[in-house]
Design a protein around this ligand. Sequence first.
Ligand SMILES: NC(=O)c1ccc[n+]([C@@H]2O[C@H](COP(=O)([O-])OP(=O)(O)OC[C@H]3O[C@@H](n4cnc5c(N)ncnc54)[C@H](OP(=O)(O)O)[C@@H]3O)[C@@H](O)[C@H]2O)c1
Length: 272
Amino acid sequence: MQLPGPGVFGPPKDRDQALSVLRRSVELGINHIDTAQYYGPDVANELIYSALHPYPSDLVLVSKVGAGRDETGGWLPANKPEELRAGVEANLASLHVDQLGAVNLRSGEAGEPNDLFDAQVGAMAAMQEAGMIAGVGVSNVSLAQLERARSITEIVCVQNAYNLRDRGSEPVLEACEAAAIAFVPFFPLGSAFGASVDVTADQAVINVAHRLDATPAQVALAWLLARSAQILLIPGTSSVGHLEENFASASLVLDDQALHELAAPTPVTATK
Ligand SMILES: NC(=O)c1ccc[n+]([C@@H]2O[C@H](COP(=O)([O-])OP(=O)(O)OC[C@H]3O[C@@H](n4cnc5c(N)ncnc54)[C@H](OP(=O)(O)O)[C@@H]3O)[C@@H](O)[C@H]2O)c1
């Protein structure tokens, strides 16, 4: 999401740098990349194809459907079953693959009628059945929606906002842990868009980073990895330096003192 231009719209400021981020990620051994046709639109997937095709055999490309863009970059819903199918077809074409590793159904606004949600999940299941996607995921879901989706088809991953300072999706994470579903938090660092709290500016995070000779971003990411074995990380970055820094968080061990300091009571923003 950080590779296209500002506002996830249009081409990157520096195309060579965007391609370098992708190539370096695979060199480091990263085998899971989160994307969407509507990042750009059409920009992120074209960059992934240009940088990485032919893809390493273990690379899992995960996309999402349910939204579109207008000509000024505004976000539009595109979540009718036929629009979901068109979205998956567009991802397959732009990434030049026959099958996507997983595709997340990006749920609509709170209060979306259950019958529409059921039809959306049914459309995703049909695409899995047809071999277009290996696994069905859901995104921006409440616990009730997750359970509803699971009653229709197997769900392999959930992508909700979640980080050290925004734990509103804790019940959804716990359900994923109980059912061995991957939980893939978006805004793990608190977002580039002011949509969440900037975790790297949190004083407790800064203090722990200082004591452990790490960066605040590494502490924020290591906390997520320590929080649950079901968590897979997709921190967004346009920078090779940040990519390498974030990758190194996998080997940062947070000691008991750090976990205690980071566990301070936090405001919980409930997801719908
Ligand atoms: N399912 C959904 O509805 C949904 C919604 C939003 C996002 N997502 C997905 O989740 C991914 C992560 O979310 P996000 O990118 O919005 O937010 P994020 O990962 O929480 O934060 C990204 C921001 O952090 C900065 N950053 C990255 N590494 C850093 C470091 N080591 N030190 C300091 N700053 C650093 C990035 O700037 P630089 O570019 O300068 O590194 C960028 O501004 C997205 O890329 C997208 O794939 C999904």
